[in-house]
Design a protein around this ligand. Structure first.
Ligand code: C2E
Ligand code: MG
Ligand code: MG
Ligand code: MG
Length: 288
């Protein structure tokens, strides 16, 4: 009978859909209290030189240590935090915590010059207060600006007004590095890209996934490999660094190095881990 009332009504009465919606709203409703109670934690994933294996940076990846549901990944709550606007406060916490951890590593291992890379959601990057928030995280923690990198997706860079965020230039003036995250999956305006104060392109996982040394992608005519080749050349022509995301095998790492990709990130180089394990890896010098 619900179907007879039309598609919209059907959705309302779909028991599975409503259960999912209820779970979603409950999760969203719990976000502010979770922030107050300190239930968010940062894990860090190494970003490694493809030339010599040195850990040059780490990406901060937020998780929610939920009292009943356990450790929840960002894909389940970042979107909700964007919808409710809490992303601004959550993002400010992430920035401060990441800078605090990075300053701790810098004091212990100054020669490592380890960069911490922090994701900015579109709504957070579009917030007029973002420049102050970043500046404050740096001054409060003492982290030198050049050891902070901010990751924005192509759509976040372009903002709601359809032109690059003006704050990007102010952020670059602070001395922080800017990276385009998931590059190649969004809408990139090359005319803008060449004029933006960007330092790094992060090649999206799906392109890396298609790279296989054994030629298993022969059917696809090595298309992904040729795309990576082209994107690395583009990045280098613009004098940008390139990081390949989601590097899962030694073969991928080797092919990426042959394609002159600068750095890699992914399970092959190390999964995201709590801060103390990054310190241990710095202490050990090499892959831990
Ligand atoms: P991202 O920025 O593209 O982060 C990379 C994602 O790839 C992470 O997922 C990471 O755990 C995952 N990954 C690591 N190694 C591999 C691998 O070998 N293969 C594959 N296929 N994936 C790998 P995670 O931690 O679940 O984060 C998902 C997304 O959530 C991130 O994508 C980012 O967009 C967002 N996110 C995470 N932390 C934050 C944050 O603090 N603020 C904001 N605004 N967004 C965040
Ligand atoms: Mg990222
Ligand atoms: Mg990414
Ligand atoms: Mg992503």
């Amino acid at each position: 009978w619900a179907k007879a009332e039309g598609r919209g009504r059907w959705a309302v009465y779909d028991p599975e859909r409503s259960a999912a919606d209820i779970a979603r709203s409950a999760l969203a409703a719990g976000l502010p209290a979770a922030l107050d109670r300190g239930e968010f934690v940062l894990h860090y994933q190494p970003i490694v030189s493809l030339l010599d294996g040195t850990m040059l940076a780490v990406e901060a990846l937020v998780r929610w240590q939920h009292p009943e549901l356990g450790l929840i990944g960002p894909d389940r709550f970042i979107g909700l935090a964007e919808e409710t606007g809490l992303i601004v406060q959550l993002g400010a916490w992430v920035l401060r915590q990441a800078c605090r951890d990075a300053e701790g590593w810098r004091r212990a291992y100054p020669d490592a010059r380890l960069v911490v890379s922090v994701n900015l959601a579109a709504r957070q990057a579009d917030d007029p207060a973002i420049v102050d928030t970043v500046a404050e995280a740096l001054t409060r923690t003492g982290l030198p600006a050049e050891l902070l990198q901010l990751e924005l997706t192509e759509s976040a860079v372009m903002g709601t007004a359809g032109e690059p965020l003006r704050s990007l230039h102010q952020l670059a003036e602070l001395g922080v590095r800017l990276a385009i995250d998931d590059f190649g999956t969004g809408y990139s305006n090359l005319a803008y890209l060449r004029r933006l104060p960007i330092h790094c392109l992060k090649l999206a996982g799906p392109f890396v996934e298609g790279i296989r040394a054994d030629g298993a992608d022969a059917a696809a005519d090595h298309r992904d490999e040729r795309i990576v080749d082209a994107l690395v050349r583009l990045a280098h022509a613009l004098e940008l660094w390139v990081t390949a995301e989601a590097v899962e095998t030694e073969e991928q790492a080797e092919r990426l190095r042959a394609l002159r990709c600068d750095t890699g990130q992914g399970r092959w180089f190390g999964a995201p881990v709590p801060a103390p394990q990054i310190r241990a890896r710095l202490a050990g010098g090499e892959p831990a």
